[in-house]
Design a protein. Structure first.
Length: 331
C-alpha cells in the first residue's frame, strides 16, 4: 500500500429538511387546523480514529464527502426523518487543519476519538409550529437550514514508541528489517527510504514496541533541504529517539551533530526527547577504528554509546533491551 501522509478533502453536511404547510381534514371533525410537521435534521460529517490504518491513501482518490439532506415534514404533524452521519475513518495520529493549513481543528491522537467536521442543518418548522390563539390557520413554513461545508487538510503523524533517525545510509532500514517483520527497501545508495516504515519489535511474549524508520535527514533539512521537514513531523509522536550513526563514515561525531542540529532547528521539543545513540556497522570497522570512533562519538553526544551491527546482529539484543527500558520510562 502506498504511503500518503497529507490530503485535502471537501466535506458538506446535509441540509435540514423543509417544514410543510398542511391542514387537518377528517370526517366528522368540523374544525381542522394546521398540522404541518417539521423537517428532519441533515447528517453530520464525522472523523473517527480507527485501528489498522497508517496511511491517507484512501483520500487521494475520494476527496468529496457529502451527507444527505433531512427528510421533509408531512401532514398529521409528522416530522421528517433525520439523515445518517457520514463517518470518515482516519488513522490514529491524524491532524485536521482548516483550509489555511495552520488552524488545527482536531488531533485524533487516541483510538476511537471522534470529532464533528461539519454540522448538519436543522429542519425547518411546519405551519403547526406557528399556530396561536390569534393565528389559527398560519400559512407559513420554513426551509431547512443549510449544512456546513468546508475544505480541510488531513496531515498524518505516525504514532510510534521509538523513531529511527540518522543520516542517509546509516543503516536504519537494515536495522528495522533485522529486529521486526517489516521489509523496507534496502540499497547501497542514499535516500533509499522515501516513506516512513513501521515495524513491531517483540522482545518476548509480554514486551513489544513500535519502531518507525524515518527517511534520512541531511544538513539543512529543517529549512527544506533533501526531503525537508515533511517527515520530521512523524518524529513528534515518538516517545524515544534511536539515533543511528554510520560507523564506516570518516567522522561519526560530525554526523551526530548534524542530525541534532536539524532536530533543534525544527523545534517542537524534539531536542529534549529521550535519545539512545548507537554506532552502527560494527562489522565494517577494525578494532582500532571501533575504539576511536566510539570514543569520539561519546564525547560529541555526552553519553555512553552502544556499538551494534544491524547486518550481523552484534549488540542488537542489548540495544533493544535498553530501548524497551527507555520507552517504559517515557510512558
Amino acid at each position: 500500500m502506498k504511503f500518503l501522509d497529507e490530503a485535502k478533502i471537501w466535506v458538506k453536511a446535509g441540509d435540514g429538511g423543509d417544514g410543510v404547510i398542511a391542514f387537518r381534514r377528517e370526517k366528522f371533525i368540523e374544525f381542522g387546523g394546521p398540522d404541518g410537521g417539521n423537517g428532519g435534521r441533515g447528517g453530520n460529517v464525522i472523523a473517527e480514529a480507527v485501528a489498522g490504518l497508517n496511511t491517507l491513501i484512501d483520500f487521494r482518490y475520494a476527496q468529496h464527502f457529502k451527507a444527505r439532506k433531512g427528510g421533509n415534514g408531512a401532514g398529521s404533524d409528522r416530522t421528517g426523518a433525520g439523515s445518517e452521519d457520514v463517518v470518515l475513518k482516519l488513522p490514529v495520529g491524524t491532524q485536521i487543519f482548516a483550509e489555511d493549513r495552520e488552524t488545527m481543528i482536531a488531533d485524533l491522537d487516541q483510538l476511537g476519538k471522534r470529532v464533528v467536521l461539519a454540522q448538519g442543518g436543522d429542519g425547518g418548522f411546519g405551519n403547526a409550529n406557528y399556530k396561536t390563539s390569534t393565528n389559527r390557520a398560519p400559512r407559513r413554513a420554513d426551509k431547512g437550514w443549510p449544512g456546513e461545508e468546508r475544505w480541510l487538510w488531513l496531515r498524518l503523524k505516525l504514532i510510534a514508541d521509538a523513531g529511527l533517525v540518522g543520516l542517509p545510509n546509516a543503516g536504519k532500514s537494515t536495522f528495522l528489517a533485522a529486529v521486526s517483520a517489516a521489509r523496507p527497501k534496502i540499497a547501497d545508495y542514499p535516500f533509499t527510504t522515501l516513506h516512513p516504515q513501521l515495524g513491531v519489535v517483540r522482545l518476548n511474549a509480554t514486551e513489544e514496541f513500535v519502531l518507525a524508520d524515518l527517511p534520512g535527514l541531511i544538513e539543512g533539512a529543517a529549512e527544506g533541504a533533501g526531503l525537508g521537514t515533511r517527515f520530521l513531523g512523524h518524529v513528534e509522536r515518538c516517545k524515544v529517539l534511536l539515533h543511528l550513526v554510520d560507523g564506516s563514515a570518516a567522522d561519526p561525531a560530525s554526523a551526530y551533530r548534524t542530525i541534532r542540529h536539524e532536530l533543534t532547528e525544527y523545534g517542537h521539543g524534539l531536542e529534549d526527547r529521550p535519545e539512545l545513540v548507537a554506532l552502527n556497522k560494527a562489522d565494517a570497522m577494525t578494532p582500532q577504528a571501533r575504539a576511536s570512533r566510539v570514543k569520539a562519538l561519546s564525547r560529541a553526544a555526552g553519553k555512553p554509546i552502544m556499538l551494534i551491527s544491524g547486518a550481523s546482529g552484534e549488540g542488537v539484543p542489548e540495544l533493544l533491551r535498553a530501548l524497551a527500558d527507555m520507552i517504559a520510562a517515557a510512558r
